[in-house]
Design a protein around this ligand. Structure first.
Ligand SMILES: [Ca+2]
Length: 282
């Protein structure tokens, strides 16, 4: 499937997105975030979570903040990559950034050529989750067909209730074109599909700041790119709203290859990097 052929369901439509096969375990720990204070006080805010990725070049992401999902098998979306905890696929660059790096190895055997992909998926599960507040990341995409970078969140009750009951918020996903998709998924209790509300917003391969404001007062989500809001979703706008029951959410950063976006064309020059300057929550 080409990125252009990716279905774009509207509010209330259901989609099947079996991204959450049983590999993603251990999502049970709940950490409560102190209630959010006014945005006006932001310069004085102490972050509930912050990773500035200021480690030495080649060093691992802070293990007190990040866990790895490891392995392949498609991750519920027929993705091609194998996720590793290797420094070949995730490291700090010495310039203040986290690098998630997708690599490709081509092997020929018996006249048959096969490509294997490796990448990384980092998550704060069991280490940090928050109920309401601002979740912000400064991210630089390397926009390439067949690559699927994402910064997203799941309910911390994932390990207990599974997906999609835990709910999913995709702060950003890129399908290989000049747009980012921001989505909220609530469970459809009758099958494994979800209800979705989403917005597409243009993006390039420069640095951009993405923020999700999960409002304590209304329970709604507002999304910002470089300080400009582009979508607000209220609890009343979606069926089976699952984000107002006191369950915090943890974050995930990953760079998938293939799957929903189709395989990377031969023209893609590997490695492909997802750069993250910081992740902050307050
Ligand atoms: Ca940084």
């Amino acid at each position: 499937m080409s990125p252009d052929a990716v279905s774009t369901p509207r509010v209330g439509q259901t989609i099947n997105r079996r991204r959450f096969i049983s590999k993603m375990l251990g999502a049970g720990a709940l950490t409560q975030l102190p209630s959010c204070t006014s945005l006006k006080s932001r310069p004085l805010v102490s972050y509930a979570f912050s990773d500035e990725f200021n480690g030495p070049a080649g060093s691992a992401p802070d293990p007190s903040k990040w866990e790895y999902d490891i392995g392949g098998g498609g991750w519920g979306n027929n993705e091609l990559e194998v996720y590793t905890s290797s420094r070949a696929n995730s490291f700090q660059d010495g310039d203040g950034n986290l690098v998630i790096r997708a690599t490709k190895r081509v092997q020929t055997s018996g006249g048959r050529t096969t490509a294997t992909y490796q990448s990384a998926r980092l998550k704060t599960v069991g280490k940090f989750s928050a109920y309401h507040g601002n979740f912000e990341a400064r991210i630089k995409l390397d926009i390439q067909r067949g690559l699927w970078p994402a910064w997203w969140a799941l309910g911390a009750n994932f390990g207990k209730v599974g997906w999609p009951a835990c709910g999913e918020v995709d702060m950003l996903e890129n399908y290989g074109g000049p747009a980012v998709q921001t989505s909220i998924h609530t469970p459809n209790n009758t099958d494994s599909s979800v209800f979705t509300k989403f917005a597409d917003i243009s993006v390039d391969d420069d640095w951009h700041i993405w923020r999700m404001w999960w409002q304590a007062k209304t329970g709604s989500f507002t999304f910002y790119k470089d300080g400009m809001d582009y979508m607000t979703v209220e609890p009343s706008q979606m069926r089976n709203w699952c984000f107002s029951s006191g369950v915090p959410m943890f974050m995930i950063l990953n760079l998938a290859a293939g799957g929903l976006v189709g395989p990377p064309p031969d023209s893609v020059q590997f490695p492909v990097d997802l750069l993250v300057d910081y992740v902050r929550v307050w």
